[in-house]
Ligand binder design. Structure first.
Ligand SMILES: Cc1cc2nc3c(=O)[nH]c(=O)nc-3n(C[C@H](O)[C@H](O)[C@H](O)COP(=O)(O)OP(=O)(O)OC[C@H]3O[C@@H](n4cnc5c(N)ncnc54)[C@H](O)[C@@H]3O)c2cc1C
Length: 386
């Protein structure tokens, strides 16, 4: 094995969370290495809907943190850090049938209770938007949310000076001693003062007892057409139900239609309990397509040019895991973001950088962040790290 190289911080995983952490640490002057088994945005961050959404978040800490992250993402975009990656746009949530209409009532109440950056600016029949079809019974219009393709944000963050990219290089393990952490790659060892693990579903390779499981989602992309036909994302209320209550059976497919700047539409996404990014099945896609066309009939004229799946990292209590390894301030975890990692990434990057520097969390979100600590998995901690 070759000689050791030293970095102030090593970040395991070049997804959007690892990339945001790297940018924040590099901006504060740290010498940072980002290691990925494959390359940047190779996993969930490169296969997601990309909604920076508060509406879809579970009420409580997650919705409040999403509000704070949305505001901070906008700030980073206006400073140029995420320029070209994040763009603000209206979002529309629609429903059909009793269960979905009730979910829309709950959405309006939740947004009112948070009184955050997202506001309901319309609530009524589909006629609010001329392009909608018979699959939309009621439409809520929201102002304040945005869209950020994960791969674009990763590229933007990792272009900062002071970040050393290391890939393809799977991490096989790590050791902690009095002076720091040693990270093991196939052909060498790297030394660091601090390890941040942002490995998504692969977190269990290094921390096997954490209750993280894969949850797949299928998506597809259409060909290009005239842009601007749909002015923002169009989300079925079933998607909110799926994310906040995770029922076994949904009333209707949980579709999200996102118009891209290219004039294409990105349409997703299912929720399936497996870890195979190559499993794309026509029956699931057909259900998503049928519902999409009933909601937005112009899609019937478009061709699907690509279908793919991404794998979310879901935690047993449906909350991310963010914080230092209990009893070990030199190792920090940031994982388990399931369907919320694009939205939360900016805030998480800033807060993990503070943790690494030994600073307290930002005051306004400290209590919510504390609920996400890995210390809540006491049994897992005892088994995994004694
Ligand atoms: C279908 C779908 C739709 C989604 N829609 C949204 C949405 O609209 N809004 C939203 O906010 N979120 C959404 N998400 C969730 C979001 O994509 C994830 O929460 C986020 O990308 C997680 O980022 P991450 O950096 O934690 O993990 P990942 O992006 O999974 O990155 C982990 C990285 O670790 C690397 N790695 C793995 N093992 C090793 C190893 N041994 N050594 C080194 N590197 C390793 C991988 O190659 C990968 O690059 C969606 C996800 C999916 C799948």
């Amino acid at each position: 094995m070759s000689a050791e190289t030293h970095y102030d911080v090593i970040i395991a995983g070049a997804g959007i969370v690892g990339a945001s952490v790297a940018w924040h640490l590099a901006a504060s002057g740290a010498r940072v290495a980002v290691i990925d088994a494959i390359g940047p945005a190779a996993a969930a961050s490169g296969a997601s809907d990309g909604a920076v959404s508060v509406a879809s978040k579970k009420p409580g800490p997650l919705a409040r943190l999403a509000s704070a992250s949305l505001l901070y993402t906008r700030e980073l975009a206006s400073q140029g850090v995420l320029a070209g990656a994040f763009h603000a746009r209206p979002s529309f949530v629609f429903g059909q049938g009793e269960a979905e209409l009730a979910a829309l009532d709950a959405l309006v109440a939740k947004l009112r209770a948070i009184s955050g950056p997202v506001h309901v600016t319309g609530d009524g029949p589909a006629a609010q938007l001329a392009c909608l079809g018979p699959g939309v019974e009621r439409l809520i219009t929201l102002n304040g949310e945005g869209h950020m393709p994960g791969h674009k944000a990763v590229r933007a963050y990792l272009s900062a000076p002071g970040i050393t990219p290391i890939w393809p290089a799977p991490i096989h393990g790590f050791d902690i001693d009095d002076r720091g952490v040693t990270v093991h790659l196939a052909d060498r060892r790297l030394r660091t003062g601090h390890l941040v693990s942002a490995l998504g579903t692969a977190t269990t390779e290094l921390f096997p007892t954490l209750p993280i499981m894969p949850r797949a989602g299928q998506l597809f992309v259409t060909d290009r057409g005239a842009p601007g036909l749909l002015p923002g994302s169009l989300t079925a209320a079933a998607y909110l139900v799926a994310k906040t209550e995770a029922p076994d059976v949904l009333p209707l497919p949980p579709v999200v239609i996102d118009p891209l700047t290219t004039g294409q539409f990105l349409i997703g996404s299912s929720r399936e309990n497996h870890a195979d990014p190559n499993r794309v099945d026509f029956s699931t896609l057909r259900r998503l397509m049928e519902r999409s066309v009933r909601a937005l009939p112009l899609l019937a004229e478009r061709r699907v040019i690509r279908a793919f799946a991404g794998i979310r990292a879901a935690v047993s209590d449906s909350l991310p895991i963010i914080g230092n390894l209990p009893g070990e301030t030199r190792v920090t975890l940031a994982t388990g973001f399931e369907g919320d990692g694009i939205c939360l990434s900016a805030l998480v990057g800033r807060e993990i950088a503070r943790m690494v520097h030994g600073l307290p969390p930002t005051d306004s979100i400290a209590a919510d962040l504390a609920t996400l600590s890995p210390a809540r998995f006491v049994d897992a901690r005892q088994e995994a790290w004694g």
